[in-house]
Design a protein around this ligand. Structure first.
Ligand code: SAM
Length: 312
């Protein structure tokens, strides 16, 4: 299994993602009043990186919002490998409240997130509820409908125990969200996790954002760039193409799965938004953006045919 060195490198990918988001937010790609509580400052990233993060953030938030609207908020969200994601607070600002919102990550990541939340009033306010105390220890935070849990996703027994302790419900509509997470896990472990989710939860939409087409000629180049701080992409084989991204779910018992690369997702974003963000920065080489977009995808998988309709 992964040695500690690799785990540390995987943990560091959260800092990379967070700084990239802060950079794009500072430039005005999208609004996130919370990211700067998690990332103090950042250097400027390349325009195609900023656009990539924009497309991903907007697409995922929009899918999640559709699910919440269909279920009138009677649902839960489990963000696995959540890092410093601010989705809970952004959804709340958009008027969307769910029954429970869970965030899981390595204890060393959740302990830092706990600390940042404690230190910032707006983050604390967002999770506060008048008749509910916030319970905190080093790696875990339990608020009214927000739970931050330190756990290794490869340890299914512990994942299950900790979710149960946090009042997870297995019967209500649930989103599992994974953004650039499964690829860092060994395939046996991620497959077990996916199988456990579909077998344990009655009605799930899984949203997976990840690399794809890693193995073509350009792919090799991209793969080198993507090896963040030397950590292995242990799950790269499932990112071979859109088909392998889908079958990794159906093989584990999911009813259906549909993967779309970010080129196609980009084309489905509102035209006025595209024209707004393309004016933020000049792109010298359109080709770079197209390459980047063709190497990432969003896969939607469900075990309840009701969720097949959730699309961009
Ligand atoms: N999802 C966040 C985002 O999109 O900004 C963070 C993405 S970051 C690239 C990958 C995250 O997955 C890291 O926070 C890392 O700690 C977490 N992760 C990877 N493997 C994990 C595991 N076995 N257990 C818990 N967390 C894990």
């Amino acid at each position: 299994d992964a040695c500690l060195g690799n785990d540390d490198a995987v943990i560091a990918t959260n800092d990379d993602a967070s700084t990239c988001k802060r950079c794009a937010v500072d430039l005005g790609y999208w609004s996130d009043p919370y990211i700067h509580y998690f990332v103090k400052s950042t250097d400027r990233k390349a325009p195609e990186i900023n656009r990539g993060y924009y497309a991903r953030t907007i697409a995922i938030q929009s899918l999640v919002e559709k699910f919440i609207d269909i279920t009138s908020g009677k649902c839960q969200i489990v963000n696995i490998g959540a890092g410093f994601d601010t989705l809970y607070w952004r959804l709340k600002d958009s008027g969307r409240v769910v029954k429970e919102f869970y965030e899981l990550d390595f204890p060393s990541v959740t302990s830092r997130k706990c600390l940042y939340i404690q230190r910032s009033k707006p983050l604390l306010q967002g999770i506060s509820h008048e008749d509910h105390d916030i319970k905190l220890n080093r790696n875990n935070l339990h608020a009214y409908n927000y739970k931050l849990i330190g756990v290794d996703l490869r340890n299914l027994k512990e994942v299950e125990e900790k979710l149960k302790e946090s009042d997870i419900e297995f019967q209500i509509p649930t989103i599992f969200l994974a953004e650039c997470v499964l690829v860092y896990m060994n395939i046996t472990k991620s497959s077990q996790l996916l199988r456990w989710i579909t077998q344990s939860f009655k009605s799930v939409l899984f949203i997976n954002y990840e690399m794809v087409n890693l193995h073509d000629r350009f792919g090799e180049v991209m793969l080198n760039n993507l090896r963040c701080r030397g950590c292995d992409l242990q799950g790269a084989e499932t990112c071979r193409d859109l088909n392998t991204q889908e079958t990794r779910f159906t093989k584990e018992g999911w009813a259906g799965a549909e993967a779309s690369d970010m080129l196609s997702i980009w084309g489905r974003l509102p035209p006025e938004e595209i024209s707004r963000v393309t004016q933020i920065e000049m792109l010298d080489e359109q080709e770079l953006l197209l390459q980047l977009f063709s190497h990432y995808c969003i896969t939607l998988a469900w075990n309840d045919s009701r969720w097949a309709e959730v699309q961009l």
